[in-house]
Write a protein that binds this ligand. Structure first.
Ligand SMILES: [Zn+2]
Length: 390
């Protein structure tokens, strides 16, 4: 619970940020909808929307005839085509992906660059900088800030990757320290699972649910928690290492020092190699292997095993955090729907809360790009909570 009060200036910024958030995250909204959602008085609301209209951050348009109410003329409020923008870069294990977006996640530009096999900390930092600089020159519109959504354990406060595995022998990378002096706009750095969860919070499942767990399947398995519409561990940047939950005490030894971690049974490379070994295939692209599983009973049975292991690890986590909505993203987007249903079924069978609530599992609507959209959401989160203003 927040204990500090808000002074009058703070209240004004907070209300303005809230209205901007509501307009940005709804496809079309009206002053009536905003009043209901924000519970602000009509005078306060009118002051804020007038200011946003005057600054050309939002625009109003007429409703289509068929939805007009008789005797009234409500207008839709949306983000202006000339509004400021936000930039973001997703640092994945294999590539950089940069985007420029407006506040409603409409992409203005995108550029992807693959890493070469001989990258070093210096070349990676330089490439992030050059891509950021390139993005900033793609539009005449003001860019408020750039978010870096990256693999690894991230010290969010100092913008440093503190630990990362299988990434060109790099252990630490001071992204903020390198980028900030070289760019004319604020830079924010966050772990990619946390960034993806922010994206879900503002533009995905979070529009209906205040509490949820985001699970990302990649070379490992990690998670991020949103509780009361706040990202848990927002500053320390720690992400739930679901992949290192032990599901088999007699299992093989893991890099983390424990035995039988979920990651040894259910990460993307492990699932691919199990399918290839059992079926004599040579899949390297997870999406293609998942398509194949729909037609091959042998490959599908491997996913059924994985779903069981996932369910037990997930249950361990859910028992602790008391959350009943789970969003599967990153490469988990490509898991067949029946496999997600099977994970949900098992969790609900074994959950200690089974008589009180039903655990529901959803797929992200951002395909395997939640972390990409999440990069700009790092900046939007600052804007929507009044930490940066325009
Ligand atoms: Zn482990």
């Amino acid at each position: 619970m927040k204990k500090s009060g808000l002074n009058l200036i703070g209240v004004k910024e907070f209300n303005r940020a809230l209205i901007l958030q509501l307009i940005s995250t709804s496809s079309k909204t009206t002053r009536n909808n905003l009043a209901k959602a924000s519970k602000l008085t009509s005078m306060t609301l009118t002051n804020i929307t007038s200011e946003l209209l005057q600054q050309n951050i939002i625009v109003e348009s007429d409703m289509e005839n068929d939805v007009k109410n008789v005797g009234r003329n409500p207008k839709y409020l949306t983000i202006s085509p000339n509004s400021p923008l936000v930039a973001g870069i997703w640092v994945s294990k294999d590539f950089l992906f940069g985007i420029l977006s407006d506040f409603s996640l409409n992409l203005i530009a995108a550029k992807r660059e693959e890493f070469r096999p001989d990258e070093t900390p210096d070349t990676i930092l330089q490439r992030i900088w050059h891509l950021a600089d390139h993005l900033l020159h793609l539009s005449e519109r003001l860019v408020l800030g750039i978010g870096i959504s990256t693999i690894g354990v991230v010290d969010t406060l100092h913008g440093i990757i503190k630990n990362v595995t299988n990434f060109f022998d790099i252990k630490e990378l001071d992204i903020l320290g390198y980028l900030q002096p070289r760019l004319p706009i604020p830079v924010y750095v966050k772990n990619d699972m946390q960034a993806a969860a922010l994206c879900e919070m503002y533009y995905g499942i979070g529009r209906e649910k205040e509490n949820f767990l985001y699970i990302g399947l990649t070379n490992g398995i990690a998670s991020a928690i949103v509780s009361n519409r706040q990202l848990v561990n927002n500053l320390t940047g720690s992400c739930g290492e679901l992949g290192h939950t032990t599901i088999n005490f007699d299992g093989p030894k893991c890099n983390c020092g424990n035995r039988g971690c979920l990651e040894l049974y259910a990460s993307v490379p492990v699932i691919l190699s199990k399918i290839n070994e059992a079926c004599g295939t040579e899949f390297t692209v997870f999406r293609e292997a998942m398509e194949y599983c729909k037609t091959s009973p042998k490959a599908y049975s491997i996913l059924e095993n994985v779903s069981e292991q996932f369910a037990y690890a997930l249950n361990n986590l859910i028992n602790i955090i008391d959350i009943s909505t789970v969003v599967f993203g990153h490469s988990a987007f490509y898991l067949p729907d029946e496999i997600l249903a099977s994970i949900a079924y098992t969790v609900n069978q074994i959950s200690i809360f089974k008589n009180n609530r039903t655990i529901r599992i959803f797929k992200t609507r951002f395909e395997d790009n939640s972390a990409l959209y999440g990069s700009v959401c790092i900046v939007l989160d600052q804007l929507f909570t009044g930490k940066i203003t325009i």
